[in-house]
Design a protein around this ligand. Structure first.
Ligand SMILES: [Zn+2]
Length: 386
């Protein structure tokens, strides 16, 4: 049993003594003691609470030490950026925000990222050496293994750009990159559904995408495009041309630009998700109808996902989700009609509880998962024990 296995025992089983760890693992006490010694030296484990010290011996109850290291989670959108500092338990003491345009390119935007990392650390009196990793969400398709954005439609200058290498030239820690919807799914699960193993996060704003957590793990697919559901074809959309060149795509029917176009044709003056949400909240009947229909259209896609991977929770987030119950009601309408009763018996379809924070919480969770992965713990153990 490796050091990382002993770490997992403490992580899953809560605070324990060396004797309890020896008993639950079946390992010799001397082996447990040696593994714990490494974890204590790494700072990942520490004496728990104010356990009573008897006869001059060190307190014997041990637990994870979330404050040992920190990570930074970054959520980059089309025109917004957020960064948070988090400890290894995901507790967030500080946040930075700005509104750079992603189209300003990687030099400008990643300059903001590294500057924010330094100022967040300074603000919490943390040293650069205490930073263990940085997680970043980008608003476009990402090759997770290399951290490169691939043909991102709204990110000129970013195509195949080596984001981790750029950040590491300034701050040399592991840099994990994923797309915005995936980190939102992670954030929602981390903050509000820690016990849910099968969760789908649907983001609706200028586009439509899904982040899929199945069997407890984020599913990226072979090329990282899993959950790219904006261009499934709806029968109702025949004759409607999408920006991708195809006809009848979900995005061309139900994303914010499509709804804005429909409302403008009826005389309203709207262009963004926020405009549409404001109309709905103001009780504009036509806007309510349009959003509800968008929900029904999205429901076609959600029903397919539900039948395919049987999630227990579907979370609807993104700027359009602020339109509230009308969108969700439309989705539920179609999903309950189109899915098998067993798949929907305990299915919950809910608005995002993490809201605007979902992305940064998830980006931090992505970084923490890397730092606490068995591979990284083994690597760090070998580094200090030789
Ligand atoms: Zn399309």
């Amino acid at each position: 049993m490796k050091t990382s296995d002993v770490f997992e025992l403490l992580r899953d089983g809560g605070p324990q003594t060396r004797a309890q760890l020896a008993e639950s693992s079946g390992l010799a006490r001397s082996t447990i003691a040696a593994r714990i010694d490494v974890l204590l030296r790494l700072g990942l484990v520490a004496p728990h609470g104010d356990a009573v010290s008897t006869g001059g011996r060190p307190p014997s109850v041990l637990a994870l030490n979330p404050s040992a290291r920190v990570v930074v989670g970054v959520d980059l959108g089309a025109t917004h950026a957020r960064a948070v500092l988090a400890d290894l338990a995901g507790t967030i003491p500080a946040e930075a925000r700005a509104d750079p345009d992603i189209a300003d390119g990687p030099e400008v935007v990643l300059g903001w990222v590294t500057g924010s990392v330094r100022s967040l650390l300074r603000g919490q009196q943390r040293k650069l050496a205490e930073l263990a990793a940085i997680g970043i969400g980008l608003p476009g398709p990402v090759e997770h293994s290399t951290g490169r954005a691939i043909n991102p439609p709204i990110m000129p200058g970013w195509d195949r750009y080596d984001v981790p290498a750029h950040v590491r030239r300034d701050i040399d820690v592991p840099v994990l990159i994923d797309n915005d919807v995936n980190i939102m799914a992670l954030g929602e699960q981390h903050a509000h559904f820690p016990d849910v193993q099968d969760l789908v996060f649907i983001k609706v704003s200028t586009g439509i995408g899904a982040g899929i957590i199945s069997g407890g793990a984020l599913q990226r697919g072979a090329m990282g495009t899993a959950g790219d559901v904006g261009h499934v074809r709806l029968p109702r959309g025949e004759g409607v041309t999408c920006r991708c060149g195809n006809e009848g795509c979900l995005e061309a029917m139900a994303a914010a630009p499509a709804l804005a176009a429909t409302l403008c044709a009826g005389g309203a003056d709207v262009s963004s998700s926020a405009d549409i949400v404001a109309l709905v909240r103001g009780g504009n009947l036509r806007a309510v109808q349009v959003v509800r229909q968008a929900g029904r259209d999205m429901g076609e896609m959600v029903a397919m996902v539900v039948n395919f991977i049987n999630p227990s929770v579907v979370v609807v987030g993104g700027a359009m989700s602020a339109a509230g119950e009308h969108l969700i009601a439309g989705i539920r309408e179609t999903v309950y009609q189109r899915s098998l009763p067993l798949a929907t018996e305990h299915l919950r379809i809910l608005p995002s509880a993490a809201g605007e924070q979902a992305g940064v919480i998830g980006a931090a969770a992505l970084a923490i998962a890397h730092v606490l992965s068995p591979e990284e713990i083994e690597r760090a153990s070998v580094a200090i024990t030789g």
